[in-house]
Every structure is written in structure tokens, then in C-alpha cells.
Design a protein around this ligand. Structure first.
Ligand code: PBG
Length: 345
């Protein structure tokens, strides 16, 4: 790629002016002091752009730490409300809820249980901290006994039969008061199915944030402990994307937009910055990126060994995701990063 070209706002390219040459031009002039650097900074992080993932399980006063994700835990609804309130107090924009049901079955019926952990958490958080956005992850893998993201037909996930279940789960979440619905299953046609079901149920104003370009990634490892959702056999490569592909991400995104997605997501974030940039330039839609469990775990592990400075690496990784074009970041660092930004001000 020609590195003298930069991308401008309409997605076209233009040659950056070289300006005058050294010694007339000295790029170090604008790096001299914190104030000078702040003046010309191009990318800003703000807590309102962060979304904190939370894992809700049955019970009362339960806080079960997730060993591979320091500081994160599976919690009961009451404890989940405390985390949501802490996020709101730190200025974090929203939370996204994942449920661990009391029991799992082949069709994942816990997914539409109106008294399951997610539904109860939505109601409790909206009552306690109404201004905080509550997003719900819509998928089947936490609810099925086989751990796949939909109904099985033999050893493959039956795409079309799964759509009705996802729609049912989404409507239940909206009925409970969810502000945004976020399908993460990667079935074809799920955004249209969920949009139609939400509209029919009187939730025409509830936006869909689709996990549009979701890759089949090794970086989800710690999450599968967190959500107890590892597939019992096989993997997710027949529905999640091949990490080698970029044009296909644009097709996924275009489909979801055509089906009614309001916000589109790229996931993971750190290893997919090129995809975030391409999606942003191509669509000009609100773009979210998910800094996933493995990205979070790696930064913690390296800092525990004294190999990197956790706070600096955290803020640098979040800045890179924003610089690539993400408007919104889902991150387990949401509260820590929000506090760090506030303290630095
Ligand atoms: C559910 C889902 C997953 C993640 C978010 N939603 C796991 C998966 O697809 O296996 C991963 C999040 C993370 O790793 O932080 N399908």
C-alpha cells in the first residue's frame, strides 16, 4: 500500500500533502508537551463509548470469579446490578448481558425464559440505573446442552430452524426492557427474523446491534469458561467467519444492514483492525468492535509477568480500536479504562 495516501471521510483516498521539508518542517514541534500533544490528538477515548460485558447466573449473592479473566465474575442478579451501577458511576455507556441458565437442553429453551437470569437482570438494572444502556446478547450456545449456537440437525446447526428461536429470545429480552438487542449467533437471516419479530411484538424502537463480522477465533477461549458455552463437539467454523477473509466481512455487513441492523459489530477487535477500518469506510454506519476475552486475558497475563504496563497497554489497545474506525468498544476493561481516563483529566 502507498503509505503517503490517507483515507478521508467519504471513503475515497487522497495524497497527503508532504508540506515543507526539514528543517522548515519539524514534526517534533507538536510533540513537545502534554498540552501540545492533546491539542493535535486525532483519536479520543470516552467512557460513554465503552460497553461492559457481564455474566449473569442464578442465585443470590453469588460472585464466582472467572480464573482466566482477572476481575471478571459470573454473578447473580443482585451482584450484577452492583457491577452495572459501578459501570454507570464510572460513565460507561452500557452493559451487555450473557446468561448462564440453571439447566440446559437440546433446543436451549432457557434462552426465552422470561424469569431466567438475563430477563431478571435486565429488569433489575433498568430499575436501579435507568440511564445505563442494557444490551442483551442473543445466542443459543449458553443454553444448549451441546454448546452450539443453534438447533442441531445431526452434527450441523440448522440455520433456518434456529431463526425462530433467536427471534423468541430477542422478543423476550425486549419485553424485559432491553435497550438494544445484539445477536451473536452468525445464522444467515437472523437480523431480518429478529427485526420482524420485534416489530410485531411492539418493539419497533428497539435497535439491533448485530455481530456482523464475527470470526471463528481462538481469542474466545476464556469466554467459553465465563459463559460455560464451549461446544461439546466440533467447532464453530461452519457458521463463524474464516479469519483469512476480508471481502466476506463486507458481504456479511451488507446483508445485516439490508436486513435492518442499526449498529454493526466486528469481533474480535485487536487482530481485526483492518476489518474495522474497511467496514467503517464502506458503510459509514455506527461500528462497534468487541475486544474479546482472549485479548483481555493476554494483556493481564503479560502484565502479571511484569512484561508490559497494563494500564498503558489497555489504553493503547482501546485507542487503536477507535483509530481503526470503531465508534463503540465492548471491553472487559470498560470500568478500569473509564476510571483511568477520568483520573487523567
Ligand atoms: C456467543 C458469544 C461468544 C462471544 C460473545 N458471544 C463466544 C463464541 O462465539 O464462542 C465471545 C466473547 C469473548 O470472547 O469475549 N456466541
Amino acid at each position: 500500500m502507498d503509505t503517503t495516501r490517507s483515507t478521508v471521510i467519504d471513503g475515497s483516498s487522497t495524497t497527503a500533502s508532504p508540506g515543507a521539508l526539514f528543517p522548515t518542517t519539524r514534526l517534533r514541534r507538536l510533540r513537545q508537551s502534554p498540552a501540545m500533544r492533546a491539542l493535535v490528538r486525532e483519536t479520543h477515548l470516552h467512557p460513554s463509548q465503552f460497553i461492559l460485558p457481564l455474566f449473569v447466573r442464578p442465585g443470590v449473592s453469588v460472585r464466582q470469579p472467572i480464573s482466566s479473566m482477572p476481575g471478571c465474575a459470573q454473578t447473580s442478579v443482585d451482584e450484577c446490578v452492583r457491577d452495572a451501577a459501578a459501570a454507570a458511576a464510572a460513565g460507561v455507556g452500557g452493559v451487555i448481558l450473557f446468561g448462564i441458565p440453571a439447566a440446559k437442553d437440546a433446543e436451549g429453551s432457557g434462552a426465552w425464559d422470561a424469569h431466567g437470569p438475563v430477563a431478571e437482570a435486565v429488569r433489575a438494572i433498568k430499575a436501579a440505573v435507568p440511564a445505563l444502556l442494557v444490551i442483551t446478547d442473543v445466542c443459543m450456545c449458553e443454553y444448549t446442552d451441546h454448546g452450539h449456537c443453534g438447533l442441531l440437525d445431526g452434527e450441523t446447526v440448522d440455520n433456518d430452524a434456529t431463526l425462530a428461536l433467536l427471534a423468541r429470545e430477542a422478543v423476550m429480552h425486549a419485553d424485559a426492557g432491553a435497550d438494544i438487542i445484539a445477536p451473536s449467533d452468525m445464522m444467515d437471516g437472523r437480523v431480518a427474523a429478529i427485526r420482524a419479530a420485534l416489530d410485531a411484538a411492539g418493539h419497533a424502537q428497539v435497535p439491533i446491534m448485530s455481530y456482523a463480522a464475527k470470526y471463528s477465533s481462538a481469542f474466545y477461549g476464556p469466554f467459553r469458561e465465563a459463559a460455560e458455552s464451549a461446544p461439546a463437539f466440533g467447532d464453530r467454523r461452519a457458521y463463524q467467519m474464516d479469519p483469512a477473509n476480508t471481502d466476506e466481512a463486507l458481504r456479511e455487513v451488507a446483508q445485516d444492514i439490508a436486513e435492518g441492523a442499526d449498529i454493526i459489530m466486528v469481533k474480535p477487535a485487536g487482530a481485526y483492525l483492518d476489518i474495522i477500518r474497511r467496514v467503517k469506510d464502506t458503510t459509514r454506519m455506527p461500528v462497534a468492535a468487541y475486544q474479546v476475552s482472549g485479548e483481555f486475558a493476554m494483556l493481564h497475563a503479560a502484565s502479571e509477568r511484569g512484561w508490559i504496563d497494563l494500564e498503558r497497554a489497555m489504553l493503547e489497545s482501546l485507542t487503536a480500536i477507535r483509530r481503526a474506525g470503531a465508534d463503540i468498544i465492548l471491553t472487559y476493561f470498560a470500568i478500569t479504562a473509564a476510571r483511568a481516563l477520568t483520573a487523567a483529566r
